[in-house]
Ligand binder design. Structure first.
Ligand code: UGA
Length: 445
């Protein structure tokens, strides 16, 4: 099938590449000429395991192409995806400017029937607005062309995006047109492994499904962070509690890891946007608001632990100290720092007059772009380099390579001999046996 995809961000690029991988003919369209030139030359703008090889192979095979030419893109697609960004507006609602712009472009250029697919995470009711936008543009040209608008939300995770896209646990298709559903069923048929992954429903339910999924996952995390804070106070270890509840299949093992708060381009934005929709419709989103405020507080928790240690009176406080920070990305296997907990921690450390030596396996360039040159930040090229001259270590992102350091070496390197473990990756006893002080999340022993 011939597919056009507007937007070469995470969702657009990964979806386009995976559709090409199973044999469809895909053209990706973006307004960013430099990005398109890069992609045509095999340069991938994001770090995503497996993506580069797949883009290059499908590009070489002629199944995947990149262009800034919207007309050519629209002309080549039987199915046209909208996968552009929906950044949060000032009030937290999703900004649909880019989505509606693409809809207009499609309406201006469409010359034969097509199915338009909303892949971006968009508020309930957006498909109707996209439909209206396309219809208005068609009317303005006096064109009478049949089209359907379908909601097909994306559930991929950064760092595992290719795998999620190639082996989805479900494919949600929202449409009231049997014809459109049939076409998308054929498009996605190669992704149905042993059984049918496709769930069809009406458009609005599909739009809400996306928000419900992310809000549920964010709720699990905030819930565990709340339990962690209680554990700290009652002298319990939340890691034991996690093991104690995860085996109940009604609760499950996933997304119950307490930590330094959730970040990324999805959870913070989507929880806010759903809360906003709810409030606008006159329903106070009590639970969603709490999920969000628990997370905001949690992002400041590592700094509270730093304060608890250094302001005890036995040390001269935080000013003038140097902190080694391992991990800047919002989670491992990505270079993405959007809403990352590290950003709040660094801001708080700098505010308190501390210096930071940071290391992240992938996010250094992104950190340089965000923070620029500053005296109180050194971006290092290894974990060891970050430790040089540092008083304490703070682990913010649980990259695999941070999991088993030589604690005796850490003890020798760290002036104040203390480790703040923002993702509970270490065994407290092992750290303490090396003569280091240990602080984790919710581990009040
Ligand atoms: C999330 C969802 O997991 C995807 O299903 C969804 O498709 C995607 O948003 C989206 O809407 O596009 P992503 O933001 O890539 O994916 O990252 P996650 O792996 O979900 O992690 C989000 C944050 O939660 C990270 O900061 C992570 O550290 C944190 N987290 C996750 C926890 O603190 N505890 C956990 O138990 C799990």
């Amino acid at each position: 099938m011939r597919v056009a995809i507007f937007g070469t961000g995470y969702v657009g690029l990964v979806t386009g590449t995976c559709l090409a991988e199973v044999g469809h003919d895909v053209v990706c369209i973006d307004v960013d000429q430099a990005k398109i030139d890069g992609l045509n030359a095999g340069v991938i703008p994001i770090y995503e395991p497996g993506l580069e090889t797949m883009v290059r192979a499908n590009h070489a095979a002629g199944r995947l192409s990149f262009t800034t030419d919207a007309a050519a893109g629209v002309g080549r697609g039987d199915v046209i995806f909208i996968a552009v960004g929906t950044p949060p507006d000032e009030d937290g609602s999703a900004d649909l400017r880019y989505v509606l712009q693409v809809a207009r472009t499609i309406g201006e250029r469409l010359h034969r029937p097509a199915i338009i697919v909303d892949k971006s995470t968009v508020p309930v009711g957006t498909a109707d607005r996209v439909r209206a936008e396309i219809a208005t543009a068609l009317d303005a040209r006096g064109a009478d062309i049949a089209f359907d608008v379908v909601s097909n939300p994306e559930f991929l995770k950064e760092g595992a995006a290719v795998e999620d896209c190639m082996r989805p646990d479900r494919i949600v298709i929202g449409s009231d047109s049997p014809g459109a559903i049939g076409t998308l069923r054929r498009l996605y048929a190669p992704f149905n492994r042993n059984h049918d992954r496709i769930v069809t429903m009406d458009v609005r339910s599909a739009e809400l499904t996306k928000y419900a999924a992310n809000a549920m996952l964010a709720t699990k995390i905030s819930f565990m962070n709340e339990i962690a804070n209680i554990a700290e106070r009652v002298g319990a270890d939340v890691e034991m509690v996690r093991k104690g509840i995860g085996s109940d299949p009604r609760i499950g093992w996933h997304f119950i890891y307490p930590g330094a708060g959730y970040g990324g381009s999805c959870f913070p934005k989507d929880v806010q946007a759903l809360a906003r929709t709810s409030a606008q419709l006159g329903h106070e989103p009590m639970l969603l608001s709490a999920v969000e405020s628990v997370n905001e507080r949690q992002k400041g928790h590592l700094f509270e632990l730093v304060q608890r240690h250094f302001d005890k009176g036995e040390d001269e406080g935080i000013r003038g100290r140097t902190f080694a920070v391992w991990g800047l990305a919002f989670k491992p296997n990505t270079d993405d720092m959007r809403e990352a907990s590290s950003r709040k921690l660094l801001a708080q450390l700098w505010q308190a007059g501390a210096k930071v030596r940071a290391y992240d396996p992938e996010a250094t360039d992104e950190a340089r772009r965000i923070f620029g040159e500053r005296d109180d930040l050194v971006l290092c090229d290894s974990e060891q380099a970050a430790l040089e001259g540092a008083d304490a270590l703070v682990v913010v992102t649980e990259w695999k390579q941070f999991r088993s350091p030589d604690f005796r070496q850490l003890k020798a390197a760290l002036g104040a001999g203390v480790v703040f473990d923002g993702r509970n990756v270490y065994d407290p006893r092992e750290v303490e046996d090396a003569g280091l002080a240990y602080y984790g999340i919710g581990r009040g022993r």
